[in-house]
Design a protein around this ligand. Sequence first.
Ligand code: BJW
Length: 247
Amino acid sequence: MRDNPSTALDEARAWLRDARRVAVLTGAGVSAESGVPTFRDAQTGLWARFRPEDLATEQAFRRNPGRVWDWYAERREKLLGVQPNAGHHALAAFARRAPGRLTLITQNVDGLHQLAGSEGVLCLHGRLADDRWLDHPRPCCDLARAVPDRPPRCAGCGNLVRPGVVWFGEALPTQALDAAQQAVQACDVMLVVGTAGAVYPAAGLAHQARQAGARVVVLNIGPSELDGIAHAVLRGPSSQLLPALLD
Ligand code: BJW
């Protein structure tokens, strides 16, 4: 594993130049410089202030739907004023220059990759902006006609609306996960950017890429749980590292 800054950057750039297929897995760190809080950063991460088992599980929502709805509503509102940063833009520009070469897989629910112009983003943990029904929808359930409340509900059967994100203990969207697995099996280089690498199955994608023979490059401002399997670790903010690597 190389982590001498300039050597590792040069080496990773050379791997990318020669790569036919590139997979990128992003996490909350990519959006940190846009002002979106991460989850596990010691001072500023959401899990430093809130307990995930009180907010990011289906059981928590069933126990206290108003509290969970309000927490997500506040995060949705804050997102309205947020813009993609140079890291999001570098990924979108790379994909535009070489269509079909890059698969962008994200754990982020903030929609900033899409706002930067990335297409076909595989959203493993859903989207904060989306709503869906808590229980299997009956014919009376129509999201557009839900009774506004905290949370909104179906006037017919009382089914509750929940945020369209993936909580702990829930399955990831099958299509996105299948496509992500195919992309990491087929890539020559995998970039793992701004993620602690602590949440599975997303973090397992980097292991799969390595086992399939890809070069794995971690880009992170601090240590991550995936450093140990990386061929190169680039330390720094993703808003600087991604343009330096991809432009
Ligand atoms: C910067 C930076 C800058 C900062 N530049 N870098 C195997 C082993 C152990 C446990 C499990 C396992 N398999 C499954 C599990 C259980 C569980 C899990 O992983 N638990 C672990 C935490 C122990 N996984 C699940 O429950 C998943 N589901 C599942 O497995 O289902 C199985 C099933 C199958 C079939 C039927 C039913 C079930 C679901 C996981 C869902 C995760 N959801 C969340 C919340 C989303 C909603 C919301 O937003 O509220 O997703 S949790 C949270 O963590 C969020 C994130 O997407 C995810 C990952 O976080 P991320 O992106 O890595 O952020 P941070 O904050 O952790 O790290 C930020 C990084 O950025 C840091 O490294 C910084 O240094 C860095 N950084 N500034 C560069 N400027």
